[in-house]
Structure formats: structure tokens, C-alpha cells
Ligand binder design. Structure first.
Ligand SMILES: C[S@@+](CC[C@H](N)C(=O)[O-])C[C@H]1O[C@@H](n2cnc3c(N)ncnc32)[C@H](O)[C@@H]1O
Length: 210
């Protein structure tokens, strides 16, 4: 990457001004040792949620609620976020963040459990948007389930798709990198999906179901 590109990336990541609610959610994430979406990704989620006008959203990997608050802020007032996390402490922190953001409790459905066990219980072709930000080895499974859950016209968003810039380097053959490379390839080659990758944060893979 040229020095200018690096500067532009840092510039765009520094553009969003986050309010107290998001800063406190980031602080709780830090205390719990859970990674969060970057400020650039957080802002992109709000814009994508607003543009999609989604009413039914699934998030895999609630963390301490940073991404959930950003999604909910972009969604219409009657939209519902179904968010899944295997860690009860993370979910508790996420609920705190939603409450601090003034989100009515009937707009979030927090589900505790392993996503691989929870996703088959959700209704196929019933969701407008699915956001994936959890354990990387399961991404291929999550993508397969997400495509089933999405309605036609629904959007899939996958975080960390560039794996800290390793996906683009064919010499790097680490397991996580290979998994994310494979996920990108399978999404690109899936004729039911229209996709692209944004270099925001650590890479946001976007796909719309035909
Ligand atoms: C990167 S964090 C999510 C951060 C969140 N999206 C945000 O930006 O605030 C990943 C989350 O996935 C959860 N997780 C990891 N493996 C999981 C699994 N198999 N099923 C469900 N959640 C899982 C972790 O507990 C963690 O909270």
C-alpha cells in the first residue's frame, strides 16, 4: 500500500465522531477483552442499515453491543435486531449498550448460544440483513446459513474479510487466512449473490441475494 493509501485509510477511520453510548460500549468491550468493529465499519453499518431499510436483521457475534447499536441506529423504528452470542457476559453488556442508546427492548432479541446451534432455529428467507462478526473458523457455515435466512434482495455483511491484510497475500497460508480467502471466493462465485469488498476497517464483504 502506498503511504497515501495508508493515510487515506487512517483518515476515513478517524472521520466518525462516536457519542458517549458507543464510547462506553467500546470501554466495556475492552474490559471484557472482546474485539469491536472499527469506527469506519461502525459508521458503514449505520449507513448500510439505513440504505437497506431492513426490518429483520440477524447479527452473529453481539460482543458488547457496538455493532448492534450502529445497526439499530440506521434501521427503521419498527425493525428488530436478532443478535446471537455464546458468551452471556458479552450479551449482558450488549443489552446495557442498547438500553443506553434508548432502544426499546422489543426491538432486540438477544439469543445466548453457539451460532451453529441457533441459526437452524431461525426461519429461512425471513431476514433483510445478516451481519457476521464471530468465530472465523465457522464463517463458511455462517455464510451458508445466512444465504438461506436472507430474503431475495437481502444483504449479507461479513466483517474482517481481509484478515489484517493477509487475504491478499497468496504466500500466507494460515488456517484463518485460508478460511477467509475461501469465504470471499465462495461468495464471489455464488451466482445467487452480487458482492463486493470494501477496504473499510479490516475489510467488509458485502453481498446482496438476487
Ligand atoms: C468480534 S466479537 C463481536 C463484536 C461485535 N460485533 C461488536 O462490534 O461490538 C465476536 C463475538 O462472537 C462471539 N462468539 C464467538 N464464537 C461464537 C459462536 N460459536 N457462536 C456465537 N457467538 C460466538 C464472542 O463471544 C464475541 O462476543
Amino acid at each position: 500500500m502506498s503511504a497515501d493509501k495508508q493515510t487515506s485509510w487512517s483518515y476515513t477511520e478517524g472521520l466518525p465522531t462516536e457519542d458517549e453510548v458507543l464510547l462506553r460500549a467500546r470501554e466495556r468491550s475492552y474490559e471484557l477483552g472482546v474485539a469491536t468493529v472499527s469506527p469506519g465499519v461502525a459508521a458503514a453499518l449505520t449507513v448500510l442499515a439505513a440504505g437497506s431499510k431492513a426490518h429483520t436483521v440477524v447479527e452473529i457475534g453481539s460482543g458488547a453491543g457496538v455493532s448492534g447499536v450502529c445497526l439499530l441506529r440506521g434501521l427503521p423504528a419498527n425493525a428488530v435486531l436478532t443478535t446471537i452470542d455464546s458468551d452471556v457476559d458479552h450479551l449482558r453488556a450488549a443489552r446495557e449498550a442498547y438500553a443506553e442508546a434508548g432502544i426499546p427492548s422489543n426491538r432486540t432479541r438477544t439469543i445466548s448460544g453457539r451460532a451453529a446451534d441457533v441459526l437452524p432455529r431461525l426461519t429461512d428467507a425471513a431476514y433483510d440483513l445478516v451481519f457476521v462478526d464471530a468465530d472465523k473458523p465457522s464463517y463458511p457455515l455462517y455464510v451458508e446459513r445466512a444465504v438461506r435466512l436472507l430474503k431475495s434482495g437481502g444483504m449479507l455483511i461479513i466483517n474482517d474479510a481481509l484478515d489484517k491484510d493477509r487475504v491478499s497475500d497468496p504466500a500466507i497460508r494460515e488456517e484463518t487466512t485460508n478460511t477467509l480467502r475461501q469465504v470471499g471466493k465462495s461468495v464471489r462465485e455464488n451466482e445467487d449473490l452480487i458482492s463486493t469488498v470494501l477496504p473499510t476497517g479490516d475489510g467488509l464483504l458485502l453481498a446482496v441475494k438476487r
